[in-house]
Design a protein around this ligand. Sequence first.
Ligand SMILES: [Zn+2]
Ligand SMILES: [Zn+2]
Length: 327
Amino acid sequence: MRIKFWGVRGSIPTPGKTTVKYGGNTSCIEVETDSGVTIIFDAGTGIRELGFDLLKRKKPISAYVLFSHTHWDHIQGFPFFVPIFIPTTSLKMYAPKAIQDVDSLENVMKRQMSYQVFPISLEAINTMNSKIEYNDIVEGKIDLPELEKEGVTITAQYMNHPVVCLGYKITYKDKTIIYTGDNEPYYNVFASNNQPQKNEEAQQKKKSVLFDDDEEDNIDDKEAEKATQEMNQKFLDFIKDCDILISDSQYTEAEYQTKRGWGHTSFETNISRALAANVKKLYCFHHEPMRSDAQLDELLEKFRQQLANEGKSLEIYMSYEGLELTI
Ligand SMILES: [Zn+2]
Ligand SMILES: [Zn+2]
């Protein structure tokens, strides 16, 4: 199985002199199984180059496209993914089922390609005979018979983010690869020391991730603390013993203190979760747009040194555009 990173940046593309090494394209990862089935995680701007590469390699193009969520930086490359304009292409796309039908994957894509923002509508693409299938899914094992025949299973799990978001686990033979998509550790939104988040709407959403709407008013601090711990444990169980963990690492721990509730994780938290869950290799992903190559180099060096000093076997890497792994 081969994994290639086509876009590793968070939030917005960042071309320029200071991002040449790690790359400026937004989230897109390709996985190719041993029999040649293509799985794509997220359609940030990195998917544009992947499209050209697939056109050279595969005819006709068929792929599974799994969206962690529909934030812009995970879908904005899709209108520029040239295979969608080719009649023989077949895509099976999956994204977390939104709270309201109006926000289904297909509707979000339609809006992204509406007349005012993009010259070619999704309806027009649908008439070009490329087959694009939209699936709105919930957490759990995804029904993918073609992959299962080959011994590949994919399981989805909800992540903590301001919009419904899924992390994905690929299991193949005795290997496990996890892509978290955007995620933040759960925290107790009722605790008084956890309130740097000023945005009331975002706080409400966060509560509803943890609790049913009608329960929210009656939650006391202890219950909230317990639920928070359970949700974080569920995350650790999901990543337990995995070989490769590709995880949103947008912030340093110091930066995170003023970004709580924005939906992202710090390097330090990723490292401690990876250690707690016996992860073998951690690939930091979704780099902060302001972060330069030099800063990423420096952080990587610092964390490697720390792990070495503590005698830990966890391997840590910074994802970069073009990185290819075989497992
Ligand atoms: Zn993102
Ligand atoms: Zn996001």
